[in-house]
Design a protein around this ligand. Structure first.
Ligand SMILES: Cc1ncc(COP(=O)(O)O)c(C=O)c1O
Length: 409
Protein backbone atom coordinates (compact mmCIF):
# COMPACT_ATOMS: atom_id res chain seq x y z
CA UNK A 1 0.00 0.00 0.00
CA UNK A 2 2.82 2.43 0.85
CA UNK A 3 3.77 2.64 -2.84
CA UNK A 4 0.57 4.63 -3.29
CA UNK A 5 1.71 7.35 -0.91
CA UNK A 6 2.76 10.73 -2.28
CA UNK A 7 6.32 12.00 -1.92
CA UNK A 8 5.07 14.38 0.76
CA UNK A 9 3.36 11.57 2.68
CA UNK A 10 6.56 9.54 2.61
CA UNK A 11 8.43 12.45 4.21
CA UNK A 12 5.96 12.70 7.10
CA UNK A 13 7.21 11.72 10.52
CA UNK A 14 5.08 11.13 13.57
CA UNK A 15 5.37 13.99 16.05
CA UNK A 16 7.41 12.82 19.04
CA UNK A 17 5.47 15.01 21.45
CA UNK A 18 2.11 13.65 20.35
CA UNK A 19 3.55 10.15 20.86
CA UNK A 20 4.68 11.18 24.33
CA UNK A 21 1.20 12.37 25.22
CA UNK A 22 0.07 8.77 24.88
CA UNK A 23 2.19 7.63 27.86
CA UNK A 24 1.47 10.74 29.93
CA UNK A 25 -1.66 9.20 31.39
CA UNK A 26 0.19 6.20 32.89
CA UNK A 27 -0.51 6.16 36.66
CA UNK A 28 2.22 7.87 38.66
CA UNK A 29 3.74 9.53 35.60
CA UNK A 30 5.09 13.07 35.97
CA UNK A 31 5.33 14.86 32.66
CA UNK A 32 7.53 17.81 31.80
CA UNK A 33 6.76 16.83 28.20
CA UNK A 34 3.86 18.44 26.36
CA UNK A 35 3.36 22.20 26.33
CA UNK A 36 -0.24 21.83 27.34
CA UNK A 37 -1.73 24.52 29.56
CA UNK A 38 -3.05 23.76 33.02
CA UNK A 39 -6.79 22.96 32.48
CA UNK A 40 -7.64 24.75 35.72
CA UNK A 41 -6.74 27.99 33.95
CA UNK A 42 -9.47 27.53 31.34
CA UNK A 43 -12.42 29.87 32.04
CA UNK A 44 -14.86 26.99 31.74
CA UNK A 45 -17.85 28.50 33.53
CA UNK A 46 -17.67 31.72 31.52
CA UNK A 47 -17.30 29.73 28.29
CA UNK A 48 -20.15 27.40 29.27
CA UNK A 49 -22.46 30.36 29.77
CA UNK A 50 -21.46 31.96 26.48
CA UNK A 51 -21.78 28.63 24.65
CA UNK A 52 -25.32 28.10 25.91
CA UNK A 53 -26.35 31.59 24.89
CA UNK A 54 -24.89 31.46 21.43
CA UNK A 55 -26.10 27.95 20.71
CA UNK A 56 -29.64 28.95 21.64
CA UNK A 57 -29.70 32.45 20.17
CA UNK A 58 -27.16 32.46 17.38
CA UNK A 59 -27.57 28.89 16.15
CA UNK A 60 -28.12 30.00 12.57
CA UNK A 61 -24.58 31.23 12.55
CA UNK A 62 -22.73 29.12 15.10
CA UNK A 63 -23.99 25.76 13.80
CA UNK A 64 -23.53 26.73 10.18
CA UNK A 65 -20.54 26.95 7.82
CA UNK A 66 -18.80 30.28 8.12
CA UNK A 67 -16.65 32.38 5.81
CA UNK A 68 -13.12 31.11 5.20
CA UNK A 69 -11.65 34.40 6.42
CA UNK A 70 -13.28 33.92 9.82
CA UNK A 71 -15.94 35.38 12.09
CA UNK A 72 -16.06 39.15 11.43
CA UNK A 73 -16.84 39.90 15.09
CA UNK A 74 -13.86 37.87 16.25
CA UNK A 75 -11.59 39.61 13.77
CA UNK A 76 -12.84 43.07 14.88
CA UNK A 77 -12.35 42.16 18.52
CA UNK A 78 -8.89 40.83 17.81
CA UNK A 79 -7.88 44.05 16.11
CA UNK A 80 -8.75 45.96 19.27
CA UNK A 81 -6.97 43.37 21.42
CA UNK A 82 -3.79 43.79 19.34
CA UNK A 83 -4.02 47.53 19.80
CA UNK A 84 -4.43 47.27 23.58
CA UNK A 85 -1.86 44.54 23.95
CA UNK A 86 0.95 45.86 21.76
CA UNK A 87 -0.12 49.14 20.21
CA UNK A 88 -0.49 47.57 16.75
CA UNK A 89 -2.51 49.89 14.51
CA UNK A 90 -3.37 50.39 10.86
CA UNK A 91 -4.91 47.00 10.18
CA UNK A 92 -8.46 46.01 9.25
CA UNK A 93 -10.37 42.75 9.03
CA UNK A 94 -8.89 41.94 5.61
CA UNK A 95 -5.46 41.72 7.23
CA UNK A 96 -6.71 38.93 9.48
CA UNK A 97 -7.45 35.28 8.91
CA UNK A 98 -8.77 32.92 11.57
CA UNK A 99 -7.17 29.48 11.35
CA UNK A 100 -7.56 26.16 13.15
CA UNK A 101 -4.82 27.05 15.62
CA UNK A 102 -1.48 28.49 14.58
CA UNK A 103 -0.44 25.04 13.48
CA UNK A 104 -2.81 25.27 10.56
CA UNK A 105 -1.41 28.72 9.74
CA UNK A 106 2.09 27.19 9.57
CA UNK A 107 0.81 24.55 7.20
CA UNK A 108 -0.89 27.16 4.99
CA UNK A 109 2.28 29.26 4.93
CA UNK A 110 4.21 26.23 3.85
CA UNK A 111 1.68 25.55 1.08
CA UNK A 112 1.58 29.05 -0.34
CA UNK A 113 5.26 29.97 -0.04
CA UNK A 114 7.43 26.89 -0.34
CA UNK A 115 8.48 24.98 -3.42
CA UNK A 116 10.87 22.04 -3.35
CA UNK A 117 13.88 24.28 -3.90
CA UNK A 118 12.77 27.09 -1.55
CA UNK A 119 15.04 28.20 1.27
CA UNK A 120 13.76 29.22 4.71
CA UNK A 121 15.41 30.20 7.97
CA UNK A 122 14.56 28.49 11.26
CA UNK A 123 16.18 28.53 14.67
CA UNK A 124 18.18 25.69 16.14
CA UNK A 125 16.50 24.26 18.16
CA UNK A 126 13.36 24.69 16.06
CA UNK A 127 9.68 24.46 17.03
CA UNK A 128 8.74 20.95 16.03
CA UNK A 129 5.35 21.86 14.51
CA UNK A 130 6.90 24.46 12.22
CA UNK A 131 9.69 22.12 11.23
CA UNK A 132 7.16 19.44 10.30
CA UNK A 133 5.05 21.84 8.26
CA UNK A 134 7.96 23.40 6.34
CA UNK A 135 10.14 20.35 5.82
CA UNK A 136 7.38 18.52 4.00
CA UNK A 137 7.66 21.01 1.15
CA UNK A 138 11.39 21.72 1.18
CA UNK A 139 14.40 20.50 3.12
CA UNK A 140 16.48 23.58 2.31
CA UNK A 141 16.46 25.15 5.75
CA UNK A 142 19.12 27.46 7.08
CA UNK A 143 19.66 27.43 10.82
CA UNK A 144 19.86 30.46 13.07
CA UNK A 145 21.79 29.83 16.30
CA UNK A 146 19.95 30.92 19.40
CA UNK A 147 21.47 33.09 22.12
CA UNK A 148 19.97 34.30 25.41
CA UNK A 149 18.65 37.39 23.54
CA UNK A 150 17.33 35.51 20.52
CA UNK A 151 18.68 34.44 17.14
CA UNK A 152 22.21 35.33 16.09
CA UNK A 153 21.39 38.09 13.62
CA UNK A 154 24.97 38.48 12.34
CA UNK A 155 24.85 34.86 11.31
CA UNK A 156 21.50 35.43 9.55
CA UNK A 157 23.03 38.31 7.60
CA UNK A 158 26.14 36.33 6.68
CA UNK A 159 24.01 33.47 5.42
CA UNK A 160 21.78 35.77 3.39
CA UNK A 161 24.85 37.41 1.90
CA UNK A 162 26.27 34.03 0.96
CA UNK A 163 22.97 32.99 -0.61
CA UNK A 164 22.92 36.25 -2.58
CA UNK A 165 26.50 35.70 -3.70
CA UNK A 166 25.57 32.36 -5.19
CA UNK A 167 22.57 33.94 -6.93
CA UNK A 168 19.84 32.22 -4.94
CA UNK A 169 18.34 35.08 -2.97
CA UNK A 170 15.06 34.73 -4.86
CA UNK A 171 14.72 31.24 -3.40
CA UNK A 172 14.66 32.56 0.18
CA UNK A 173 11.02 32.70 1.21
CA UNK A 174 10.97 33.60 4.89
CA UNK A 175 12.69 33.80 8.23
CA UNK A 176 10.62 31.97 10.83
CA UNK A 177 11.04 33.23 14.36
CA UNK A 178 9.37 32.90 17.75
CA UNK A 179 9.93 36.32 19.22
CA UNK A 180 8.83 35.71 22.82
CA UNK A 181 9.67 32.80 25.13
CA UNK A 182 10.78 30.50 22.38
CA UNK A 183 9.48 26.95 22.10
CA UNK A 184 11.58 24.99 23.04
CA UNK A 185 14.43 27.31 24.06
CA UNK A 186 12.57 29.73 26.36
CA UNK A 187 14.56 32.75 25.10
CA UNK A 188 13.18 36.10 23.92
CA UNK A 189 14.52 38.27 21.11
CA UNK A 190 15.73 41.66 22.34
CA UNK A 191 14.33 44.88 20.89
CA UNK A 192 17.67 45.69 19.32
CA UNK A 193 17.77 42.35 17.54
CA UNK A 194 14.17 42.72 16.38
CA UNK A 195 15.07 46.03 14.77
CA UNK A 196 18.18 44.60 13.14
CA UNK A 197 16.27 41.61 11.86
CA UNK A 198 13.77 43.93 10.18
CA UNK A 199 16.61 45.98 8.67
CA UNK A 200 18.21 42.87 7.27
CA UNK A 201 14.91 41.49 6.00
CA UNK A 202 14.31 44.84 4.27
CA UNK A 203 17.80 44.83 2.78
CA UNK A 204 17.46 41.34 1.32
CA UNK A 205 13.70 41.59 0.75
CA UNK A 206 12.75 38.54 2.81
CA UNK A 207 9.48 37.99 4.67
CA UNK A 208 9.60 37.45 8.45
CA UNK A 209 7.12 35.01 9.96
CA UNK A 210 6.72 35.98 13.62
CA UNK A 211 5.07 33.21 15.59
CA UNK A 212 3.96 34.53 18.96
CA UNK A 213 1.79 32.13 20.96
CA UNK A 214 3.34 33.04 24.31
CA UNK A 215 3.78 36.84 24.27
CA UNK A 216 0.93 37.43 26.72
CA UNK A 217 2.37 34.95 29.21
CA UNK A 218 5.08 37.25 30.54
CA UNK A 219 6.10 36.68 34.15
CA UNK A 220 8.95 39.19 34.44
CA UNK A 221 10.32 42.21 32.66
CA UNK A 222 8.63 44.55 30.24
CA UNK A 223 6.89 43.53 27.01
CA UNK A 224 8.92 44.17 23.86
CA UNK A 225 7.37 45.51 20.66
CA UNK A 226 6.37 42.72 18.28
CA UNK A 227 8.54 42.43 15.16
CA UNK A 228 5.28 43.01 13.28
CA UNK A 229 4.94 46.44 14.86
CA UNK A 230 8.53 47.32 13.95
CA UNK A 231 8.54 45.91 10.42
CA UNK A 232 4.92 46.46 9.42
CA UNK A 233 2.55 44.28 7.45
CA UNK A 234 4.54 44.41 4.22
CA UNK A 235 7.51 42.74 5.89
CA UNK A 236 6.09 40.60 8.70
CA UNK A 237 3.41 37.96 8.99
CA UNK A 238 2.27 37.63 12.60
CA UNK A 239 0.80 34.41 14.00
CA UNK A 240 -1.19 34.52 17.22
CA UNK A 241 -3.29 31.88 18.96
CA UNK A 242 -5.89 31.49 21.68
CA UNK A 243 -4.37 28.16 22.71
CA UNK A 244 -2.23 29.35 25.59
CA UNK A 245 -4.40 32.21 26.84
CA UNK A 246 -7.92 30.82 26.56
CA UNK A 247 -7.96 27.15 25.60
CA UNK A 248 -6.25 25.00 22.95
CA UNK A 249 -9.44 22.97 22.51
CA UNK A 250 -11.04 25.93 20.75
CA UNK A 251 -8.40 25.47 18.01
CA UNK A 252 -8.23 29.14 17.12
CA UNK A 253 -5.27 30.91 15.58
CA UNK A 254 -5.06 34.37 14.04
CA UNK A 255 -2.86 35.38 11.13
CA UNK A 256 -2.16 39.09 10.71
CA UNK A 257 -0.45 40.26 7.57
CA UNK A 258 -0.34 41.76 4.15
CA UNK A 259 -3.71 41.44 2.39
CA UNK A 260 -2.33 39.66 -0.68
CA UNK A 261 -0.70 36.99 1.47
CA UNK A 262 -3.79 36.65 3.67
CA UNK A 263 -5.96 36.29 0.57
CA UNK A 264 -3.74 33.53 -0.81
CA UNK A 265 -3.87 31.76 2.55
CA UNK A 266 -7.67 32.02 2.40
CA UNK A 267 -7.65 30.30 -0.98
CA UNK A 268 -5.34 27.57 0.35
CA UNK A 269 -7.55 27.15 3.41
CA UNK A 270 -10.60 26.58 1.24
CA UNK A 271 -8.98 23.39 0.04
CA UNK A 272 -7.93 22.41 3.54
CA UNK A 273 -11.00 22.85 5.73
CA UNK A 274 -13.37 25.44 4.16
CA UNK A 275 -13.56 27.40 7.39
CA UNK A 276 -12.56 27.44 11.04
CA UNK A 277 -15.43 26.21 13.28
CA UNK A 278 -18.06 28.95 13.60
CA UNK A 279 -18.97 27.86 17.10
CA UNK A 280 -15.58 28.23 18.76
CA UNK A 281 -14.92 31.47 16.89
CA UNK A 282 -18.10 33.00 18.25
CA UNK A 283 -17.33 31.73 21.78
CA UNK A 284 -13.98 33.54 21.63
CA UNK A 285 -15.55 36.66 20.10
CA UNK A 286 -18.19 36.97 22.81
CA UNK A 287 -15.58 36.20 25.45
CA UNK A 288 -13.43 39.07 24.21
CA UNK A 289 -16.46 41.37 24.24
CA UNK A 290 -17.53 40.40 27.73
CA UNK A 291 -14.22 40.06 29.54
CA UNK A 292 -10.88 41.79 29.50
CA UNK A 293 -8.77 38.86 28.37
CA UNK A 294 -5.53 40.47 29.48
CA UNK A 295 -6.75 40.89 33.07
CA UNK A 296 -8.47 37.50 32.99
CA UNK A 297 -5.12 35.78 32.41
CA UNK A 298 -3.42 37.45 35.38
CA UNK A 299 -4.09 34.49 37.72
CA UNK A 300 -2.70 32.14 35.04
CA UNK A 301 0.41 34.28 34.82
CA UNK A 302 0.80 34.21 38.61
CA UNK A 303 0.39 30.42 38.66
CA UNK A 304 2.88 29.77 35.86
CA UNK A 305 5.37 32.25 37.31
CA UNK A 306 5.37 30.35 40.58
CA UNK A 307 5.80 27.00 38.80
CA UNK A 308 8.57 28.35 36.61
CA UNK A 309 10.43 29.77 39.63
CA UNK A 310 10.01 26.49 41.44
CA UNK A 311 11.40 24.46 38.53
CA UNK A 312 14.34 26.83 38.15
CA UNK A 313 15.05 26.59 41.88
CA UNK A 314 14.86 22.78 41.79
CA UNK A 315 17.17 22.63 38.76
CA UNK A 316 19.62 24.87 40.58
CA UNK A 317 19.44 22.70 43.69
CA UNK A 318 19.95 19.47 41.74
CA UNK A 319 22.32 20.48 38.95
CA UNK A 320 23.69 23.89 39.98
CA UNK A 321 27.05 22.54 41.07
CA UNK A 322 27.45 20.07 38.20
CA UNK A 323 29.86 21.18 35.53
CA UNK A 324 28.55 21.47 31.98
CA UNK A 325 24.88 21.52 32.98
CA UNK A 326 23.00 24.68 32.12
CA UNK A 327 19.48 25.82 31.36
CA UNK A 328 17.65 28.86 30.06
CA UNK A 329 15.82 31.18 32.46
CA UNK A 330 12.69 32.24 30.61
CA UNK A 331 10.82 35.42 31.48
CA UNK A 332 7.58 33.88 30.28
CA UNK A 333 6.03 31.10 28.24
CA UNK A 334 6.07 27.44 29.14
CA UNK A 335 9.52 26.03 28.52
CA UNK A 336 13.02 25.65 29.90
CA UNK A 337 15.76 24.30 27.64
CA UNK A 338 18.07 22.11 29.67
CA UNK A 339 21.47 21.30 28.22
CA UNK A 340 23.69 18.51 29.55
CA UNK A 341 27.35 17.92 28.77
CA UNK A 342 28.29 16.41 25.41
CA UNK A 343 27.77 12.66 25.36
CA UNK A 344 24.45 12.63 27.17
CA UNK A 345 21.82 11.32 24.78
CA UNK A 346 18.45 12.56 25.99
CA UNK A 347 16.51 10.36 23.54
CA UNK A 348 18.14 7.32 25.09
CA UNK A 349 17.52 8.75 28.55
CA UNK A 350 13.83 9.17 27.79
CA UNK A 351 13.41 5.39 27.77
CA UNK A 352 14.74 5.35 31.32
CA UNK A 353 12.50 8.30 32.10
CA UNK A 354 9.43 6.38 30.95
CA UNK A 355 10.38 3.50 33.25
CA UNK A 356 11.03 5.90 36.16
CA UNK A 357 7.78 7.80 35.51
CA UNK A 358 9.31 11.08 34.39
CA UNK A 359 8.82 12.49 30.89
CA UNK A 360 10.63 15.25 29.02
CA UNK A 361 11.10 15.95 25.33
CA UNK A 362 14.51 14.95 23.96
CA UNK A 363 16.33 17.77 22.19
CA UNK A 364 16.65 15.83 18.95
CA UNK A 365 12.89 16.33 18.45
CA UNK A 366 13.66 20.01 17.86
CA UNK A 367 16.19 19.62 15.09
CA UNK A 368 15.85 18.78 11.43
CA UNK A 369 19.03 16.73 11.39
CA UNK A 370 18.99 14.67 14.60
CA UNK A 371 21.18 17.06 16.55
CA UNK A 372 20.57 18.79 19.94
CA UNK A 373 20.93 15.28 21.46
CA UNK A 374 22.35 16.50 24.75
CA UNK A 375 19.47 18.89 25.47
CA UNK A 376 15.88 18.42 26.56
CA UNK A 377 12.79 20.59 26.80
CA UNK A 378 11.15 20.86 30.19
CA UNK A 379 7.65 22.26 30.51
CA UNK A 380 6.60 23.56 33.90
CA UNK A 381 3.01 24.66 33.30
CA UNK A 382 1.06 21.45 33.82
CA UNK A 383 2.51 19.50 36.76
CA UNK A 384 1.40 20.50 40.25
CA UNK A 385 4.08 21.97 42.52
CA UNK A 386 4.86 18.72 44.35
CA UNK A 387 5.32 16.96 40.99
CA UNK A 388 7.80 19.59 39.86
CA UNK A 389 9.91 18.88 42.94
CA UNK A 390 9.60 15.11 42.62
CA UNK A 391 10.04 15.23 38.83
CA UNK A 392 13.36 17.08 39.02
CA UNK A 393 14.46 14.59 41.70
CA UNK A 394 13.68 11.68 39.35
CA UNK A 395 15.43 13.48 36.51
CA UNK A 396 18.54 13.93 38.59
CA UNK A 397 18.58 10.23 39.45
CA UNK A 398 18.38 9.26 35.78
CA UNK A 399 21.06 11.77 34.81
CA UNK A 400 23.44 10.54 37.49
CA UNK A 401 22.84 6.85 36.72
CA UNK A 402 23.20 7.40 32.97
CA UNK A 403 26.22 9.67 33.38
CA UNK A 404 28.04 7.15 35.57
CA UNK A 405 27.22 4.23 33.32
CA UNK A 406 28.56 6.04 30.26
CA UNK A 407 31.55 7.49 32.09
CA UNK A 408 30.32 11.02 31.56
CA UNK A 409 30.34 12.08 35.22
C1 LIG B 1 5.73 28.22 18.65
C2 LIG B 1 4.41 27.58 18.45
N1 LIG B 1 3.73 27.83 17.32
C3 LIG B 1 2.54 27.28 17.09
C4 LIG B 1 1.95 26.42 17.99
C5 LIG B 1 0.64 25.80 17.65
O1 LIG B 1 -0.36 26.26 18.46
P1 LIG B 1 -1.89 26.09 18.14
O2 LIG B 1 -2.04 25.32 16.88
O3 LIG B 1 -2.48 25.39 19.30
O4 LIG B 1 -2.40 27.49 17.99
C6 LIG B 1 2.61 26.14 19.20
C7 LIG B 1 2.03 25.21 20.16
O5 LIG B 1 2.60 24.76 21.10
C8 LIG B 1 3.87 26.73 19.42
O6 LIG B 1 4.57 26.51 20.53
Amino acid sequence: MTEKFSKIALRMKSNVIRELLKVTSKPGMISFGGGVPDPDTFPRFEMAEISKEILENEYKLTLQYGSTEGDPILREEYISLLKRESGIEGIDVDNLLVTVGSQSALDLISKILLDEDSIYFVSKPVYLGAASAFSLRSDRHVYMSLREDGADIDEVEQNLQEIENRGELNKVKFIYTISNFHNPAGVTMSLEKRKRLVEIANKYDVLIVEDDPYGDLRYEGKPIDPIFKIGGQERVLLLKTFSKILSPGLRLGIVVGNKTIVKKMVTAKQATDLCTPSLTQRIAARYLQRYDLLSQIEPTIALYREKKDLMLAELERSFGSMEGFHWTKPEGGLFIWFTLPEGFDTAEMLERGKAANILFVPGEAFSLDNTCNNSMRLSFCLPPREDIIEGVRRLKKIVVEYGKEKNLL
